[in-house]
Design a protein around this ligand. Sequence first.
Ligand SMILES: *Cc1c(COP(=O)(O)O)cnc(C)c1O
Length: 422
Amino acid sequence: MKEMFQELGVSEQVQEMVKEAEEVLQPEFKKIDALAEYHSIKVLNAFHKYQISETHLGSTTGYGYDDIGRDTIEKVFAEVLGAEDCLVRNQFISGSHALTVAFFALLRPGDTLLSISGEPYDTLHEVIGIRENPSSLASFKVHYSQIDLINDNFDIEKIQSFLKEHKTKVIEIQRSKGYSTRKSISLEQIEEVIQKIREVDQDVIIMVDNCYCEFVSEYEPLQVGADIIVGSLIKNLGGGIAPNGAYIAGRKDLVALAADRLTVPGEGKEVGPSLGVNKLLLQGLFFAPTVVASSLKTAILASYLLEKLGYTVEPKVSDKRADIVQMITFGNPDDLIHYCQGIQMGSYVDAHSIPIPWDMPGYEDQVIMASGSFTQGSSIELSCDGPIRPPYIAYMQGALTYPAGKLGVMKAISYLLETKKV
Ligand SMILES: *Cc1c(COP(=O)(O)O)cnc(C)c1O
């Protein structure tokens, strides 16, 4: 073991730190194991309810008519997410694409979209028209308004008075923090704000960007009153097995609108070839509870170790988590860059290509991204990234297995400490 760690470049100091950390963290890890078991039962019961069999592992080509695997997978996902209906498709390019399809499915010229969790995820700025784009919602005369969070909670007074004054078609809530410095939004907060929204508006469609949050809490937003939720399959629910895709789940009428927008008005869910992914999507959902658990354990381990080394972390070890993202504030660019580089060095794939900050399209500051993943850009696999701007925060997420996550963190911390010595 000693020699193997030496080969990997993990220092004895870090080995000792991790040993101590794992002892302290046992109670937290136990809770996470229980959560994984809970979600595994949920998935198993859904598989049984729809009698998943070998037939469902096959797939279609061409138009994709009568794809029994695809249609049954959508029922299973709906069951697991507490939805009336669900669209689970490899024709979605990404989570951002699914969010785009949902927006364009639900909003018409003259309608108003309101974000109540502050500025939405970066990739949605051109979709909404916050940043100019000739294909944005704004270019179709969809109005956009935004209410910021106050102290990491919804500004309920402002939301209620906005809804009383403005007929609003869709409210968007983003649970995960993205590249902001706020906390992620808990299910309890979602439940409360939905109650407050319904006091003043029965009709507004409540849509939740659920990226990174699936299987982290016991329930999903639909079960506390949301109308429609959206997420990526190269995050939590894909379990590291889904090669691409995303889902839209919720009210049947709204999912039908989304299906008509994704494919063809009038054809909706009836078309869309699965092209070999059915087995992978089912297997991904099968793995998802334990993969999310591995990600949570890795996040908690990193939270503990980096706080010990004097960095500010959010969430802290015993904070209740809403998603799989671990935020580490490094306070200087060098430590941020070295930690991300160390994560890459500890990856199974592309460990020898060292990431450097670059001008990514769509971002104002330079960004560094470590993702040595089997699936391109997959962030349910151990990955770490951050914009090069004060206070120099790294956003770390994922790990398909706990040992892989732990080794990645060990390598990253060893490298970080090494660079600080010289
Ligand atoms: C990942 C993510 C998305 C979608 O990102 P894609 O890379 O397009 O899949 C949207 N919102 C949040 C909060 C996310 O974390």
